[in-house]
Design a protein around this ligand. Structure first.
Ligand SMILES: *Cc1c(COP(=O)(O)O)cnc(C)c1O
Length: 396
């Protein structure tokens, strides 16, 4: 990780896009827990609805506390504007509704968040949308699947849970050539470690439930658009679909985001040490972490990420039977789905987050039965290492 970038972002997470409370000077953004906003006159109400005057109307359409979070994340992602949503899935479903229609086609990374795949296969399919899930780490796979009616390319990198990377810049170039909107799920990297819009992507979205909020206590999402045109198109659909965030939720996420750079810096340093520890362990069959030289896309990680993050996955030599014993023996790492919190979380994707992905599709996407996913938190390295050691011993 380059120091200059981090120094800048430690300031950016706290002050980026923020304005002082104009009423009383509150240092923390006030929670505007109001569903609606009074107009001074009929003329003002009409002007706000006509978009001739700036100001708030109704919280589904916009709210000052939510705007503070949106401006902060838009700043960190270097986008035109952001839209906070009730969950990460709400961010994705809004984008699917904004950019797809009957007889259009979507291409998406095969190793994605399980429910991101599920919504396409079970909901969007009902509306006549066609799709291909491909291994986007090889650009030829995308080229081969592009059709005249392809409208959207959704890439998740690093991918969940395999930690496979996709070249964002190469995807953007290809998408532009074919007039396809290129969307990146940037949840795993967070805006601290990867800025897809700077590499040519059109739109970024996050499950802020994960790193951005960072305390395993809020579900939320956010979309960041690279241009006004993309922002307006998405915002219209979000306002109509109604998947907006709540002011209280926004305030909590904004509070969490202030320590995002510190948390990412701390946890990825520990993750790198744990990855090396696991890789050298005789009972561990394999480890996938973008910061290991053994990761097939180590060079790409260095090129497009500012750091390697705190997510990793591994398999034990005894397969999932050993993995299960290990998970059950851990005392410090919590057995739970989700990720990016201050506490370390461990889970088994094949039977948990990706249980609904068809078996053949799972194998094709590299989600093997022995794969264990670890989200490294902010605890101390020695304590986490001792916990993993305890688990691996119990698996013998
Ligand atoms: C969790 C997650 C989502 C879904 O977000 P929710 O906030 O749970 O709705 C989407 N993509 C990735 C990569 C995730 O980890």
């Amino acid at each position: 990780m380059t120091d200059a970038k981090m120094k800048d972002l430690h300031t950016g997470v706290i002050h980026g896009g923020q304005q002082r409370d104009p009423l009383y000077g509150g240092v923390s953004v006030p929670i505007y827990q109001s569903s609606t906003f009074a107009f001074k006159s009929a003329e003002q109400g009409a002007a706000r609805f006509a978009g001739e005057e700036e100001g708030y109307i109704y919280t589904r359409l916009g709210n000052p506390t939510i705007k503070a979070l949106e401006d902060n994340i838009a700043y960190l992602e270097k986008g035109y504007g952001a839209m906070a949503t009730s969950s990460g899935m709400s961010a994705l479903s809004t984008l699917l509704m904004a950019f797809l229609e009957k007889d259009t086609h979507l291409i998406c990374t095969d190793a994605v968040y399980g429910m991101s795949r599920n919504i396409v296969e079970t909901v969007m399919a009902r509306f006549g949308v066609t799709y291909d899930f491909v291994d986007t780490s090889h650009i030829e796979n995308i080229k081969k699947t592009i059709r005249p009616e392809t409208r959207l390319l959704i890439v998740e990198t690093p991918a969940n849970p395999t930690m496979v990377l996709t070249d964002i810049e190469a995807c953007s170039r290809l998408a532009k050539e074919h007039g396809i909107t290129h969307v990146v799920d940037n949840t795993f990297a967070s805006p601290i470690l990867q800025n897809p819009l700077e590499m040519g992507a059109d739109i970024v979205y996050h499950s802020v439930t994960k790193f951005i909020n960072g305390h395993s206590d809020v579900v939320g999402g956010i979309i960041v658009a690279g241009t006004k045109e993309l922002y307006d198109r998405t915002k219209r659909v979000l306002s109509l679909m109604g998947g907006t965030m709540d002011p209280n939720q926004a305030w909590l996420v904004l509070r969490g985001a202030k320590t995002l750079a510190m948390r990412v810096e701390r946890s990825q340093e520990t993750a790198a040490r744990l990855a090396r520890y696991l890789e050298s362990h005789p009972k561990v069959a394999w480890v996938n972490y973008p910061g290991l030289e053994s990761h097939p896309q180590y060079e790409l990680a260095r090129k497009q990420m500012f750091g390697f993050g705190s997510m990793l996955c591994f398999g034990l030599k005894g397969g999932y039977e050993s993995g299960k014993k290990m998970i059950n023996a851990l005392k410090l790492c919590t057995l739970a789905v989700s990720l990016g919190g201050i506490e370390s979380l461990i889970q088994h994707p094949a039977s948990m987050t990706h249980a609904k992905v068809p078996k053949e599709a799972k194998i094709k996407a590299g989600i093997t039965d022995d794969l264990i996913r670890l989200s490294v938190g902010c605890e101390g390295f020695e304590d986490l290492k001792a916990d993993l050691e305890l688990g691996i011993k119990a698996a013998e």
